[in-house]
Design a protein around this ligand. Structure first.
Ligand code: BTN
Length: 270
């Protein structure tokens, strides 16, 4: 039934192939196994529902039937499309932000490195996982989870970061397969253009918290406080620290600082 609905939404896209599962543990697991066999670049795995969705940093991704969208795209090196691993998370996040704007008129921003926010609250998370065979990188999977309906937003007490849904932003329900289609359109449009300067420019343009004070953690060292300036050519987050020096965050995550701190740090637009 759902796969017939998906046929309707996906059939005229330039997707090489896709598989739909009513219920899976994690679409990333299915995609990694498929990648290990013969999946082509841009093959898609979609789930009606995930029972063991994963997030970054060992977190759980809760997937609510009907209201949530969980899918994974396979990316592998090929002659036509470049394979810059460090841009794959941004590829997913940019595809989602552009799909929200083009399809539904909703402004969204990328909270470096892997979340999409609407009005400062998380609506989507991206999990990229790499597949190695001995020393050789075989490819990667780009897992995307989107809170489409209000019911997809988990209760606040279990949340690591405030969350919202696309439906809440729009004020009316929306078909999750239409959202999927829009994201895939944007994903496919960027897939062969990852090394173009326009890709970095689009990522920069959608960066959340530009000019704002954030706390940045790399998971190894004590957190730092800095103002977001933008991206380095490698896609690292450029921060201006309180002593005026520049710091480039290559991994980890950021959190906006509450206003009183931001003001005392001289953040006029924080
Ligand atoms: C995060 O916010 O930390 C990333 C969440 C990624 C969730 C998606 S849902 C589809 C794919 N399958 C998974 O198990 N995780 C990703």
């Amino acid at each position: 039934m759902e796969s017939t609905a998906l046929d309707h939404w996906l059939s005229d896209l330039n997707l090489p192939t896709w598989r739909y599962y009513e219920e899976v543990g994690s679409t990333n697991d299915i995609a990694l196994a498929w990648l290990d066999r013969d999946a082509p670049d841009s093959a898609l795995v979609v789930a009606g529902h995930q029972t063991h969705g994963r997030g970054r940093l060992g977190r759980t991704w809760i997937s609510v039937p009907e209201a949530g969208l969980a899918f994974t795209l396979i990316v592998r090196p090929n002659a036509q499309s470049p394979f810059p691993v460090e841009r794959l998370t941004a590829l997913g996040a940019l595809a989602v932000t552009q799909a929200f704007k083009a399809g539904f008129g909703v402004d969204a921003h990328i909270k470096w490195p892997n979340d999409v926010l609407i009005a400062g609250r998380k609506v989507c998370g991206i999990l990229v996982e790499l597949a190695w065979q001995e020393e050789q990188l075989q490819g990667a999977v780009v897992g995307i989870g989107i809170n489409v309906g209000r019911a997809a937003v988990p209760p606040a007490e279990g949340l690591h970061y405030p969350a919202t849904s696309l439906e809440e932003a729009l004020g009316h329900p929306i078909n999750r397969w239409e959202v999927l289609r829009r994201v895939l359109e944007a994903f496919l449009a960027w897939r062969s253009r990852l090394t173009d300067p326009e890709f970095m420019a689009a990522w920069e343009q959608h960066l959340a918290f530009r000019g704002k004070w954030v706390q940045a953690s790399d998971g190894l060292n004590p957190p730092l406080v800095g103002r977001v300036e933008g991206l380095s050519p490698e896609g690292h987050l450029r921060l201006r620290l309180e002593d005026g020096s520049e710091y480039r965050l290559s991994a980890g995550e950021i959190r906006p600082l509450p206003a009183p701190f931001a003001e005392s740090s001289g953040g006029e637009d924080a």
